[in-house]
Design a protein around this ligand. Structure first.
Ligand code: C2E
Ligand code: MG
Ligand code: MG
Ligand code: MG
Length: 286
């Protein structure tokens, strides 16, 4: 743990003199605290999955949910995924966490199936996990163990993960496609894009990052989003737009031909009980 604090100090330090400011100290200390707690979080059962509905803009129906990890630490309260996933990637227990997420997501999907809601489930896959040598082996083992149906499981990957080693990415993605998985690019447009290799990757869906519609409050055009939707059409990919919070935003992205949307306008990420209530309510509105 001290390593991380040290290397950060080195980056900022001049001629062996290390300058700490308060903000840095807090950040490094928090990282160290999180790292120390992270290793026990699984056995302490401090993780939960929440699920955020993804809707079809045409039919207005829920077509799937994205599984989002939640960590309620007994010592530190809620810790957001972006505060600990990168640390788990470095500290080595991302693999256990990913396996837990996969099993938990499939369990939820089975419950929804049994209730008559046979929808897709999306799972975020960490870059480090994807590129680790035993990833494919681990995934196919998980599929067998859980009797999951990969044709209804979408794996969300980020561009940055894929671009680091394009050939290896293509190989892994092809194997995942062979198993039946649906593949999407998460946070599309925010990485070191993209167009040069996009057509080479065996992917199905682009998820356009919410930063592109974030500030839209009036019925104006969003050329970047229109451009990305057109790329998707060109490459025969579906589009999910993330972070739709208002009716105006929905109207615009729909006009551009986005097929699916996700965001607070439809629903926050929900725990199991609330998700089932949400699905039941949706079904009764038909
Ligand atoms: P992401 O995969 O892009 O997930 C979408 C994030 O946007 C979620 O944040 C979600 O709560 C938030 N969001 C959804 N709709 C709206 C909206 O209308 N407005 C705003 N402002 N935000 C919205 P969250 O849950 O904090 O997750 C952050 C990131 O952490 C995720 O980004 C994903 O990269 C990562 N993550 C979450 N769960 C997992 C997991 O199980 N495994 C891995 N490897 N990464 C995960
Ligand atoms: Mg995601
Ligand atoms: Mg995203
Ligand atoms: Mg995002």
């Amino acid at each position: 743990c001290a390593d991380i604090a040290m290397s950060e100090a080195k980056l900022k330090g001049k001629d062996n003199i290390v300058y700490f400011n308060d903000q840095m100290r807090i950040n490094s200390n928090r990282k160290i605290e999180i790292l120390n707690l992270l290793h026990q979080a699984l056995e302490q059962k401090e993780f939960k999955l929440h699920f955020q509905p993804i809707v079809s803009l045409e039919s207005k129906k829920v077509v799937g949910v994205e599984a989002l990890i939640r960590w309620f630490s007994k010592q530190k309260g809620y810790i957001p995924p972006l505060d600990f996933i990168p640390l788990a990637e470095r500290s080595g227990n991302i693999r256990e966490i990913s396996e837990w997420v996969f099993k938990e997501a499939v369990t939820m999907q089975n419950k929804l199936d049994a209730l008559g809601y046979p929808i897709k489930i999306s799972i975020n896959v960490s870059a480090k996990a994807l590129m680790s040598p035993k990833f494919l082996q681990a995934v196919s083992k998980l599929v067998k163990e859980t009797k999951a149906d990969p044709t209804r499981i979408e794996l969300e990957l980020t561009e940055t993960a894929l671009i680091e080693d394009i050939r290896e990415s293509i190989r892994i993605l092809k194997s995942l496609k062979q198993m039946g998985f649906i593949i999407s690019i998460d946070d599309f447009g925010t990485g070191y894009s993209s167009l040069a290799y996009l057509h080479k990757l065996p992917i199905d869906i682009l998820k356009i990052d919410r930063t592109f519609i974030h500030s839209v409050t009036t019925d104006t055009e969003i050329p970047v989003v229109e451009f990305m939707v057109n790329i998707a059409k060109e490459l025969d990919l579906s589009v999910i737009i993330e972070g739709v919070e208002t009716e105006i935003q929905e109207r615009i992205v729909k006009r551009y031909g986005c097929q699916y949307a996700q965001g607070y306008y439809y629903s926050m990420p929900l725990d199991e009980t609330d998700l089932i209530a949400f699905m039941t309510h949706e079904a009764s509105n038909e």
